[in-house]
Design a protein around this ligand. Sequence first.
Ligand code: CA
Length: 273
Amino acid sequence: MEETCLLLILLLSGGLSTLPPHSREYQFVNQLMTWTEAQSYCREHFTDLVTIYNSNINQLLLSMSPNIDTFAWIGLYDDRYSWKWSMEGKLFYVGSTHEFLIWANGQPDCVNAKEYCVALQGQTQMDDRPCGDSYPFLCYNASSTSYILVKESRSWSEAQSYCRTYHTDLTSIRSKEEKSNITLTLNGSGVQYVWIGLYRDPWAFWSDNTTSTFTNWEPSQPNNYNSAQYCVTMYFMSGKWSDSACNEKADVFCFTGEVQNANTIRSCHHVKH
Ligand SMILES: [Ca+2]
C-alpha cells in the first residue's frame, strides 16, 4: 500500500498530470438529464462526470452503453468566459465583466467552434474571432508606456510574435484609462477589427478539474451549431463525440474514484503513518 502511494506521489510530482488516475470505476446512467443535472447527479451518487483520458476508456464506456441511436454526457465542456491575456497578469480577466471590457452584441459566440481570439470591433467593443484571421493589431510597449497600432494584417499568433519581438506584447486592457488611451490610438485609423491580447484555450475543461488532451470528435464536430453548443456527448453507435447544447437531455457517464492531485496525496498521507 505504501509503495503504491509513493509511486503516485512521484508521478504527480513529476508533473505528469495527464496520466489517468488509477482504479476508477465507470457508470452508465440510463436517465435523461441536462449537462448540469448530470454533473450534480454524478457528484451526488458517484464522484463526477467522466473524464476520458484515452481510447481504452472511451472503448470501455462505449461497451457499457446500449447499441442504439442516442448519446450520453461526458465531463468535457467549453468555457466561453475563460479568457486570458497574452501579457503578464494573464488571469486578470477571470471571467468577470468590467465597464471598460465590453462585448459587442451577441458576443462571444464562438461561431463554428472556431473563435478563440479577441479583436476590438469598431474600435471599442470586443468580438471573439478565428485566431487565423488576419487583422491589424495593437502592441503595448512597457518601457514607453505606449500603444502601437500595426496596420499590417496578421494572424493572432503572428501579431503576438511581432509585438513580443519589437515591443512588449499584444496589448491588455486593464483599466478605464488604458481603454481610453487605446481608443485614442485607434481614433481615425479606420480599422474595423484589431487584435488585442485576449485569447482562450478551446475545450480545456473537464468537470472533475483534471486535464486530458485526448479527443474523439465526430469528423464534422465540434461545430457549435447555432452558437449554442458548449457541452459534449458521446454517440452510442460510434463512440465519437459531438458538442451539444448543455440544456439538451441525454444519458450520463459518471465515474467513481479518486481525483488527481491534492485528494490523492491526502488519502496517501492517511495510510503512511
Ligand atoms: Ca464572434
